[in-house]
Design a protein around this ligand. Structure first.
Ligand SMILES: N[C@@H](CCC(=O)N[C@@H](CS)C(=O)NCC(=O)O)C(=O)O
Length: 205
């Protein structure tokens, strides 16, 4: 049995969609980060980093979106969520790493500037850079990463569930999806999938 620790509308949306998409048997445990629940003692035993998502597996806990997505895909091979060749697999990991380590971090400067600097004026200066940084990331995805119709081309993979975060980060950063037609088309295709819709409803989206 798998248990996904999530907060509504957080990046836990991505593994949640993938769990649903592959038909996994799983439970969810809400950790509302707006109420500070990520710092509760019980959750810190699951993820001492105080972040969601975290996935409890029969072998232990996995954190970090790329690792969680890769685990879900690898443990549900019938769903074909991983590319076949080592090169394509590396390209999938590359995109997931970009979303995790560059775009998500750029977005985090909007609400979590205190992670990097104490000075309030500096935090505000960082906030003011978020829209242009997110726009740059969206341009990289639009022009380089997103092959279409799905992230890696003809087949839906684990990357598509993660790419679902992009329009959400863009919206919160004030970057208009209208200027990114490939991302907008991908977003619409995601919204046509029952797995996406059922999970979005759980997240109040
Ligand atoms: N690199 C991590 C980032 C996880 C992360 O920052 N999650 C956010 C929600 S999207 C969180 O738990 N924030 C709580 C906090 O910063 O206190 C991953 O990809 O899983």
């Amino acid at each position: 049995m798998l248990t996904l620790y999530y907060s509504k509308a957080s990046s836990a949306l991505a593994p949640h969609i993938l769990l649903q998409e592959v038909g996994a048997t799983y439970a969810v445990h809400e950790v509302p980060i707006d109420k500070g629940a990520q710092h509760d003692t019980a959750f810190l035993k699951v993820n001492p980093k105080a972040r969601v998502p975290a996935l409890m597996t029969p072998e232990g806990v996995i954190t970090e979106n790329p690792a969680i997505l890769g685990y879900i895909a690898a443990t549900h091979p019938h769903a074909n969520m991983l590319p076949d060749t080592p090169f394509e697999r590396a390209r999938a990991d590359e995109l997931n790493a970009y979303l995790c380590a560059t775009m998500h971090v750029a977005y985090a400067h909007l609400l979590r500037g205190a992670r990097w600097v104490d000075d309030e004026a500096a935090q505000n200066a960082m906030k003011n850079k978020v829209a242009s940084n997110i726009a740059d990331c969206a341009t990289m995805i639009e022009t380089h990463y997103l092959k279409g119709p799905w992230a890696l081309g003809e087949h839906y993979t684990m990357c598509d569930a993660y790419l679902m975060m992009v329009p959400l980060w863009m919206k919160k950063a004030g970057v208009d999806l209208v200027n990114y037609p490939r991302i907008a088309t991908h977003h619409r295709a995601m919204l046509d999938r029952p797995a996406t819709l059922s999970v979005m409803a759980v997240h109040g989206l």
